[in-house]
Design a protein around this ligand. Structure first.
Ligand code: HEM
Length: 398
């Protein structure tokens, strides 16, 4: 992996992680702990997590501007800094990012207070920030107000509630390794979170399946492209989280307080669990710490899933990769932006003029391109805003 791409992927991963921690901590605070008797200490801990997440998101968003500037101008720090006003003022990415910075500033101010109204404002701002992620990702190739952007938005929010919620529960739920909630409160919190995780899972899997269908298109691309292979690894990891989640729900939460026989699924799960690990039951007093151990493991797997998502977001989608393989044998020729505008390959409403000091006026296109996947010399598609790995719908009529 080229160093610039590795840096971009790690930056994006940290951004996804911070977004999950921000949205998940608010979901746990507002929907799980609510205002009924949860001690003040864990609210403070969740608030610290939120403030740290917003600061991380601001830093990561600034780094993403820098990285895009590097991609677009091909120059060092001074060249990129002089291009920043053009990037923010004249590209689609820049316009969306200005809104993101405003929302993050609002979230930072609101996150400093513990009042319920400000927590709701922080959640609203965080959900807006999630939209800027969807609008500048692959799903945004069809436009900011497209179905794919809306579904990707749902995917980002639901997956953040789930993974970030697990993380927040692991952070807030124990002190010096021991669970902090007294028994009846622990039971209520565990049942509420189990329900929220179930709904999040449904939203994540349905929106993720739609994303996969849009970005992959053919089953063969799942094993013949890097994008497809990373997606398969991601789905396997998600299956691991679901299995651990089912273990928490059917072997621990169901036994808290009053025993619950559950439906067919619960009984089948307990049977396979007993077959794998034996029928020995954990003592009721040990259930809370066991649940928090499982929650921490699920959160760790979720963080690895976020890494896979960052790799996907920075890779050429399988729908393009198949197309590029098709053209791999053809020689390439250089064209400049003006020629591409003239040919209609880059719509002038989406792309700015070349940035100061930019090499981006030169593009590398396959010979006789099917009217025009726009290529950098790296051989990967580039969108209107110089975003490697992306191709706007207008540019992608193949
Ligand atoms: C714990 C579960 C999951 C988490 C935390 C998660 C997280 C994410 C995140 C943060 C993105 C980036 C969105 C963007 O850049 O706009 C993403 C994209 C995506 N996810 Fe998931 N996801 C999960 C489950 C799934 C599942 C189950 C599938 C497939 C069935 C899936 C398929 C996809 C696809 C295809 C993309 C599009 C990547 C791109 O921009 O090219 N995800 N996911």
């Amino acid at each position: 992996m080229p160093p610039d791409l590795l840096t971009a992927t790690i930056t994006r991963w940290i951004g996804f992680f911070a977004m999950a921690a921000l949205i998940g901590s608010l979901a746990v605070d507002l929907l799980i702990l609510r205002d009924d008797g949860a001690p003040h200490a864990e609210r403070r801990r969740l608030q610290r997590l939120r403030v740290a997440s917003v600061i991380a998101l601001i830093l990561v968003s600034m780094a993403e501007v820098f990285l895009r500037g590097r991609t677009m101008t091909g120059t060092g720090l001074s060249g990129v800094l002089s291009a920043v006003p053009s990037i923010l003022g004249r590209t689609h990415f820049g316009h969306v990012w200005v809104i993101r910075f405003v929302l993050l500033a609002a979230a930072l101010c609101a996150a400093c207070s513990l009042r319920r109204a400000t927590r709701v404002v922080t959640l609203g701002a965080a959900i807006g920030v999630a939209f800027t992620t969807a609008a500048t990702g692959h799903a945004g190739d069809w436009g900011d107000l497209s179905l794919s952007a809306a579904i990707d938005w749902v995917h980002v929010v639901a997956s953040s509630v789930w993974v970030g919620g697990l993380l927040s529960l692991a952070v807030a739920g124990r002190s010096r390794g021991a669970p902090i909630w007294p028994s009846p409160l622990f039971e209520t919190i565990a049942r509420r979170f189990s329900r929220l995780a179930g709904w999040s899972l449904l939203a994540v899997v349905s929106s993720g399946s739609y994303n996969a269908w849009v970005q992959v298109r053919t089953p063969a691309a799942l094993w013949s492209t890097t994008y497809g292979r990373v997606l398969c690894i991601k789905v396997l990891l998600v299956a691991g989280i679901v299995w651990l989640g089912a273990a928490s729900r059917y072997t621990i939460v169901a036994r808290l307080g009053r025993p619950e026989p559950g439906g067919l699924l619960a009984r089948l799960f307990r049977m396979q669990w007993a077959w794998l690990f034996g029928a020995r039951e954990t003592a009721p007093s040990m259930l809370p710490s066991r649940l928090l151990r499982y929650v921490s493991r699920e959160a760790c797997l979720g963080i690895v899933v976020l890494a896979c998502s960052a790799i996907l977001a920075d890779s050429t989608p399988a729908r393009h990769a198949v197309h590029l393989d098709h053209h791999a044998g053809s020689d390439a020729m250089l064209v400049n932006t003006t020629e591409l505008h003239a040919r209609g390959d880059i719509p002038s409403k989406r792309i700015s003029d070349p940035l100061p000091g930019s090499e981006s006026s030169v593009h590398h296109c396959p010979r006789a391109p099917s009217p025009g996947t726009v290529m950098r010399q790296s051989g990967r598609p580039v969108s209107d805003d110089g975003n490697l790995g992306r191709c706007s719908k207008e540019n992608e009529q193949s």
